[in-house]
Ligand binder design. Structure first.
Ligand code: URA
Length: 446
């Protein structure tokens, strides 16, 4: 035992945990620092004590860094996840009498798939309880996108959520404060201490919320590439395997797809412009990659929920998914027919040369959209509904010098310069006949 208390002030006894185990935060940090293994009791004490403010922020920061550098084994990750679930409430949709399924994306640029996907899956009688978040940094948040619809409300009570699931079959809303509160505190700390990029911490963070949310089955869309957390396929595969194992261990039927995030999904990165593109998909159109991924994820969600032989593509073509979308938006106060906000100012970026567009970097586009006002740098910032980047060509397209490649959108034109800086090296044009690698779905992990 160290001579310091868990709060870091010298000379007192270690704080007692309500479950009667007694630990010292510094011992726990040293164990991880020295490549040791934390016991279930140590982990449950750590998460509980941190949530209650007994472990100091600097101690948790040190422990996170030790975990980032030295990892955790499967049992530790599972115990860490269970402790985070136990820090809050666990939702239960069994009273619905319907199968439930959810999708989680690890975050990408132009990733609006949840919007068409949730109503599409609900068409087939599987309820979709989607608890989503707001964006921070270069990846957009689903709630920010939906909040560009006039009147739409993200905050629902549990009763409202349950009623909407029973009536409409799909709900996308904000996660309440009682869902895995340990993760909220921990994530904010990781964000400012360079400890986000740890597979055990990412996996436990995501899965604690998804398991607490109470879904019966879960499909994970693990993004790989410049615009994703995981830049290479091997790390993405490890993250996917870790999360699938956590889900299965908790009795949630979980599968994962690894999908390409070298280039943005679809032709839009922003808020209102992504809603508009999602509505195009629900109307049977939209960009091929968004349609392909929406259909594939719907098939996976339906199969995971025990529904086989459904044809999601038909439900996009014949308007059934659109009907559910309209009801889902209206149920949360939104007007599905309202005109979406538009940015006041625009600036076009032109192709610098003739050839084949072989690269359009997702991270650069995400940063540009963020700098234009579509995303926030701090939690309390407001986003601009109309801001973002509209792309006119995707990798594989033949382009001519001087042709529009992208339109930048914002209400505040002083932002254009910094957005253009982000895009300076985003576009790669190769001689005619070149072919970019265009695989969208890289692997499936079950
Ligand atoms: N998303 C989360 O919810 N948690 C992480 O740690 C990373 C991404």
């Amino acid at each position: 035992m160290s001579d310091m208390t868990p709060t870091g002030s010298a000379g007192h006894n270690p704080t007692r945990h309500s479950s009667s185990a007694s630990f010292d935060a510094v011992d726990i940090i040293r164990t991880k620092r020295d490549h040791g293994t934390l016991s279930p009791e140590q982990i449950s004490w750590t998460i509980d004590a941190y949530t209650r403010g007994v472990i100091a922020e600097e101690q948790m920061a040190a422990l996170n860094m030790a975990i980032l550098l030295n990892g955790m084994n499967r049992e530790e990750i599972s115990n860490w996840t269970s402790a985070m679930i136990a820090s809050g409430e666990r939702m239960d949709f069994s009273a619905l009498g319907m199968a439930t399924s959810d999708k989680h994306s690890t975050g990408g640029v132009g990733d609006k798939i949840t919007l068409p996907l949730a109503p599409l899956v609900a068409v087939f009688g599987v309820a979709v309880p989607q608890l989503s978040g707001r964006g921070l940094g270069h990846t957009g948040g689903t709630l920010d996108k939906l909040e560009s619809i006039p009147g739409w409300r993200a905050e629902l009570s549990s009763t409202e959520m349950m009623r909407q699931l029973a009536d409409v079959g799909a709900v996308i809303c904000a996660a309440g404060a009682s869902l895995a509160p340990a993760d909220k505190k921990l994530y904010a700390l990781r964000d400012v201490t360079g400890t986000v990029e740890s597979i055990p911490l990412i996996a436990s963070s995501i899965m604690s919320k998804k398991i607490a949310e109470g879904t019966g089955s879960l499909v994970l869309d693990v993004k790989v590439g410049s615009g994703a957390f995981m830049k290479d396929e091997a790390s993405a595969r490890e993250l996917a395997r870790t999360m699938v194992a956590l889900g299965q261990d908790a009795g949630v039927n979980t599968v994962a797809l690894l999908t390409n995030m070298e280039t943005p999904l679809g032709l839009t990165a922003g808020n209102a412009i992504e809603v508009q593109e999602s509505v195009e998909v629900l109307a049977g159109g939209g960009p091929d990659d968004v349609v392909e991924l929406t259909i594939r994820l719907a098939e996976e969600m339906l199969a995971a929920a025990g529904v086989h032989g459904a044809d999601p593509a038909a439900a996009l073509r014949d308007g059934r998914a659109m009907d559910v979308w309209r009801r889902m938006i209206a149920a949360q106060g939104g007007d599905p027919d309202a005109r979406l906000p538009e940015a006041k100012e625009s600036e076009v970026i032109y192709a610098p040369a003739d050839g084949v567009l072989v690269g359009l970097d997702a991270l650069a586009v995400g940063i540009a959209a963020w700098r234009l006002g579509a995303g926030r740098a701090r939690k309390e910032d407001l986003v601009q509904a109309g801001a973002g980047v509209r792309m006119h060509a995707k990798p594989g397209a033949l382009v001519r010098a001087g042709e529009p490649l992208m339109t930048l959108l914002t209400d505040t034109p002083e932002r254009f310069a910094r957005a253009k800086e982000a895009l300076a090296a985003a576009v790669v044009i190769a001689p005619e006949g070149s072919r970019p690698s265009q695989r969208l779905i890289l692997d499936r992990i079950a």
